[in-house]
Design a protein around this ligand. Structure first.
Ligand SMILES: C[S@@+](CC[C@H](N)C(=O)[O-])C[C@H]1O[C@@H](n2cnc3c(N)ncnc32)[C@H](O)[C@@H]1O
Length: 226
């Protein structure tokens, strides 16, 4: 995408009511102003909040929001030009249960307060081969999530990466998280154990996933509580 197109998207994003783009100043000033207020001030209901971290174009955020109007979804990513896609779709389709937040996930605990979030999806997160601490399932990130995730809140990971999947399973074991399900081959094996509604969700294909499937990669999936 050319820089002109990007600038056009950035300008359009400023007009979307479903996009939050905090400045560093806002993040640093004792927590973002929406912290603890997403239900009351944005969604205007008490429905569960589900996050998609590293959402890219937000296929899971929008796809799940269409299927579950009684849940709220927030896609989070640092790349504005990607978020634009999901935000525009949600805006044009009048989806009140969708928001996008443009920020680094590293600051995530400044955006949500205790028990504000019910579920987290990690979709094709960067495997970070050289920086294990930067993996979104590393101990450090899980400790961040614990600060706002309900105790029974599920973390889902869908990935093409053997490295990220293996390291996540190791973390689950090492830190005694509660593994609810895992499969090294979602589409050929794992998916058959689920009901139709869950299969439908697991069948949502993200932008990166479609790329990896074309390359013949196997998709892994696990879910756990922390
Ligand atoms: C491989 S892409 C996957 C995007 C999308 N989930 C998909 O499956 O198409 C990883 C995404 O995570 C985002 N990301 C990685 N680390 C991040 C961080 N620390 N904070 C915010 N976004 C991050 C990147 O900007 C990128 O859009």
């Amino acid at each position: 995408m050319g820089s002109k197109d990007k600038l056009k998207r950035f300008a359009e994003m400023e007009t979307f009511p479903n996009v939050f783009q905090p400045t560093m100043e806002e993040i640093n000033s004792g927590g973002y102003h929406m912290k603890g207020k997403w239900h009351k001030e944005y969604f205007k209901n008490d429905n569960p909040i589900v996050l998609e971290l590293g959402c890219g174009k937000g296929e899971y955020t929008v796809g799940m929001a269409q299927r579950y109007p009684n849940k709220n979804f927030i896609g989070i990513d640092i790349k504005g030009a990607r978020i634009w896609r999901g935000a525009k779709t949600a805006f044009e389709n009048n989806m009140p249960n969708v928001a996008f937040l443009r920020t680094r996930i590293d600051f995530i605990e400044r955006f949500f307060s205790e028990n504000e979030v019910s579920e987290i999806w990690l979709t094709f997160s960067d495997p970070q081969p050289k920086k294990p601490n930067k993996r979104l399932t590393s101990r450090m990130f899980i400790e961040h999530y614990k600060k706002f995730l309900k105790p029974e809140g599920i973390v889902h990971l869908k990935t093409d990466s053997d490295l990220l999947f293996e390291s996540t399973l190791e973390q689950i074991k090492e830190y005694h998280y509660n593994k609810l399900f895992s499969t090294w081959d979602l589409y050929n094996e794992g998916i058959n154990t689920f009901d139709e509604a869950t299969k439908d969700i697991l069948n949502i294909k993200t932008f990166y996933e479609q790329r990896w499937l074309k390359e013949g990669k196997t998709i892994k999936y696990c879910k756990f509580t922390v």
